[in-house]
Every structure is written in structure tokens, then in C-alpha cells.
Design a protein around this ligand. Structure first.
Ligand code: SF4
Length: 429
């Protein structure tokens, strides 16, 4: 959305980007803003989980403003999206340049990736091969203070240096948006130019690279590191990577100002990793946490409970083994077969899916799947137990608590810090 807004503005269109959720706008406040701005078009990104709420807003906006839906859900289920949200068009796939084409034609000629209810054929747009063609994304309309990555210290600004990933995890939905598992990247110069631009324009503590996987291509991540070192840039940054990263790359990251490494470990068990499939070499799984410690990098590990071939015992062992390594952050999610993914297909075929209710699909408390030997209630119980073990662990770690406390103080001040500290404590009980 940020890229689209910049692209439209750079081409002479009046466009604004508003994130009503981040701004904590009520439905009424959102409608008042839209009324005052009085646009001809609204581009929105409904999600499968939020579609009912999205419809409430879109209905209330009325029919005088044309609405275009984009994103993962719209791409995977364009006709459902048209029906369930009442939008006029869906633009499937990577949509930035097709939206520009649409507006340049004043909406008279529809790009091939545009879908409406009576149009039965459409084409995925070609993927943009040169990501440097995009202008830097719009950030003025969406204050950076609303977008804080938990593992960042203090205030952070979000960047993206690549799209896609070379791997093909069955639960991952990125290929559903892009159509294929292809890794595309911006040039190192272009990425570092944006870092410099942000440094000169905003006040922040760290940059978070929220790529699908920033280290998917070694030459990409190492090229950026070398460019940062060459320019002598002193900016702290962190990134989302994977469990295949080598020690040498981590060393280069640390030299280039990276302060934290986040990766999707998902699980420690061979059978589970094979089933996903995500064959992270066994020595890397926890070895990354160790190496981060050695280099002074914070580590953030993503874990999933309830994956195929897992069990209560395997999930508990995995959580305990990871906590024993004492990473700086973990995230535990429930295995979630998002519609359109291979995992969803598998869950449907094997009868694991217990609900198609979107409220089961946010990965944070309800399991949409149940296995004959690992039921949904047990998976949910493991999810809460895992978090409890983690909060108990950090309760005993004064340096971690100090980090969280100081970081939250910098971001949101004392009242919010007290509230979050209390919540941490309660979750550990
Ligand atoms: S490594 Fe991450 S981004 Fe890549 S396919 Fe797997 S889940 Fe998706």
C-alpha cells in the first residue's frame, strides 16, 4: 500500500494512505475521514480473517465511491471477495503498476488482472523484476511510531529490500500473492539510499527489514552489508531471515550494524521439518541463537505448535529446548492452514480441518485443525503452556526485562510500560 501510494503520487495523482487500525480509528472516525477527503476510489486490502468487519466499513462508505480490493485474500478468492465485501473490482497479484495503469486510463480500460463479478477470465500480472523501479514507500500518512517490531529497541521504521523467498514451506502464503516462489531484490545501492533518506528524515532507533526472507539470496544480503560498510553508515538495523543462514553471513551482518536476527525455525524435530518441508540443517536450528549471542546480536525465533507429524511431546520438547538456549525473543503460533496454501489442501484432504470459520485462522489461540493423535484442544493448550514457560523464563532474566522495559518506555512512555509489564507478569502465572 505504501509503494502504491508513492507510485500514484509520483505520477501526479492525489492519493493518501490511512491505516485505520494503527490509528485506532473507530468505524465512525474512518467514515468521517473518507467523507472529508471525498475520494473517487478506495483501494483496500480485506483479509480472510477480517472480511466481515471489512464489509461493514465498505457498505457504510456507500456506492458513490468505487472500491478496489487487493492482497492475498483478494488474489486467491477474487469472486468470493467481490461477493463478500461488495467491492467493484479485485486487482489480483502484484498490483502496484496495474493500479497506476488503471488510473492513467481514468478507469476506462481495465488491466488484465482486474476482476469483476461478470468477468470470468483474468490474468495474473507479470512480477516486477526490477524492484528499484518502485519509489520509496509513503510513510508520512502513516506515522512510523505505529509500526513497532517487538524485537526492535525503541522506535523503529520498517523497510523491505526484497520480495519472495527461494523456499516452499507448505503453510506459507507468499507464493499465493506473487503466483510463484521467485526471489526478487532491490539493488544494494537503492536499499542503502533509502536507509540514508530515512535517517535524514525521521527520528528512530532502528530499521526493521520486514522482507519475506531477507537472507534468501546470500549475494543480496551480503551486498547490502558491504554497501553499508563502504559508506560508513552508522544505523542500527535488524531483519527477518531464515534458519539456513551461515555463520559468515551473520558475522557480516554484525559488522554492518545489524543488531538482531529474526528467523522462522518453526520446529526442531526432523520429521516435522520434513513434513512442512523446511529442511533446516540440524546444527543451524539452535546454532543461530548461539552465534547471535557470540556476535552480540539479539535473536528472535518463530515457533509453530500443531504442525503435521508433531505431537504434544514433540512440541513441548521443542519449546523447552529453544528456551534453554535463551534467545531474546520467541514467537509461538498455532499451525494455521490458510486457504490457498498447500497446507490447507492437505488438511482438507486428510480431514484435519475442523472449521472454516475465519476466527479460527489468526494463529493466536484457536486451532483450525485437529489430528487423530493430537487434538485441537491439546494444540491450544500447548500454545498457552509454551507462552507461559517463556514468560516464566524471562521473569528470571533481569537484563531482558530491562531491555523490554526501556524499549517500551522509549516508544510509548510510562503508563504503557507499566501496563505491559503487568501483562507479562500475569501471563507467567
Ligand atoms: S522460509 Fe519463510 S518466507 Fe520462505 S517459504 Fe518458508 S515460511 Fe515462506
Amino acid at each position: 500500500m505504501g509503494y502504491t501510494t508513492s507510485l500514484l503520487k509520483n505520477n501526479g495523482f492525489e492519493a493518501v494512505l490511512k491505516d485505520a487500525i494503527a490509528l485506532e480509528w473507530s468505524l465512525q472516525e474512518t467514515l468521517e475521514y473518507i467523507k472529508a477527503f471525498n475520494p473517487q476510489y478506495i483501494i483496500c486490502e480485506p483479509t480472510w480473517v477480517s472480511v466481515r468487519d471489512d464489509k461493514l466499513l465498505l457498505d457504510a462508505i456507500g456506492n458513490n465511491i468505487k472500491k478496489i480490493a487487493v492482497g492475498n485474500y483478494a488474489t486467491n478468492y477474487p469472486y468470493d471477495c467481490l461477493r463478500d465485501t461488495g467491492v467493484d473490482y479485485v486487482a489480483v497479484g502484484e498490483y502496484e503498476f496495474s493500479l497506476l495503469e488503471f488510473f492513467r486510463n481514468n478507469g476506462r480500460k481495465l488491466p488484465e488482472n482486474f476482476v469483476y463479478s461478470s468477468k470470468k477470465d483474468y490474468k495474473m500480472p507479470p512480477l516486477v523484476s526490477n524492484l528499484d523501479l518502485f519509489p520509496f514507500p509513503e510513510r508520512d500518512d502513516t506515522p512510523i511510531k505505529f509500526y513497532n517490531e517487538p524485537s526492535c529497541y525503541g522506535k523503529n521504521v520498517v523497510m523491505v529490500s526484497s520480495r519472495g523467498c527461494r523456499f516452499q514451506c507448505s503453510f506459507c502464503n507468499i507464493e499465493r500473492v506473487y503466483g510463484k516462489h521467485i526471489y526478487r531484490k532491490r539493488s544494494a545501492e537503492n536499499v542503502v539510499d533509502e536507509m540514508v533518506y530515512l535517517k535524514n528524515k525521521y527520528k528512530f532507533d532502528e530499521i526493521y527489514f520486514d522482507d519475506d526472507n531477507m537472507v534468501s539470496d546470500k549475494s543480496h544480503i551480503e551486498g547490502i552489508c558491504r554497501e553499508i560498510i563502504k559508506r560508513g553508515l552508522k544505523i542500527k538495523w535488524l531483519c527477518m531471515g531464515d534458519g539456513f543462514v551461515t555463520d559468515e553471513t551473520l558475522e557480516l551482518l554484525a559488522k554492518a550494524g545489524c543488531v538482531s536476527y529474526k528467523y522462522g525455525l518453526e520446529h526442531l524435530d526432523d520429521e516435522v521439518l520434513k513434513a512442512i518441508p523446511k529442511p533446516i540443517p540440524s546444527e543451524r536450528r539452535l546454532g543461530i541463537i548461539k552465534k547471535c549471542k557470540e556476535l552480540g546480536l539479539r535473536s528472535y525465533v518463530n515457533l509453530i505448535v500443531g504442525l503435521p507429524k508433531s505431537s504434544w511431546e514433540k512440541d513441548l520438547k521443542m519449546i523447552k529446548d529453544v528456551i534453554n538456549e535463551d534467545p531474546d525473543f520467541i514467537q509461538i503460533a498455532i499451525a494455521t492452514p490458510y486457504p490457498g496454501t498447500r497446507f490447507y489442501q492437505e488438511a482438507k484432504e486428510k480431514g484435519w480441518l475442523i472449521s472454516e470459520d475465519p476466527t479460527y485462522f489468526d494463529a493466536t489461540g484457536r486451532s483450525a485443525i485437529s489430528y487423530p493423535d493430537y487434538s485441537a484442544p491439546k494444540i491450544e493448550e500447548m500454545f498457552y503452556l509454551g507462552w507461559k514457560l517463556w514468560y516464566r523464563h524471562i521473569r528470571e532474566k533481569p537484563m531482558k526485562l530491562k531491555f523490554y522495559f526501556m524499549s517500551e518506555m522509549k516508544r510509548n512512555g510510562l503508563p504503557s510500560t507499566i501496563k505491559k509489564t503487568m501483562a507479562y507478569f500475569l501471563k507467567s502465572l
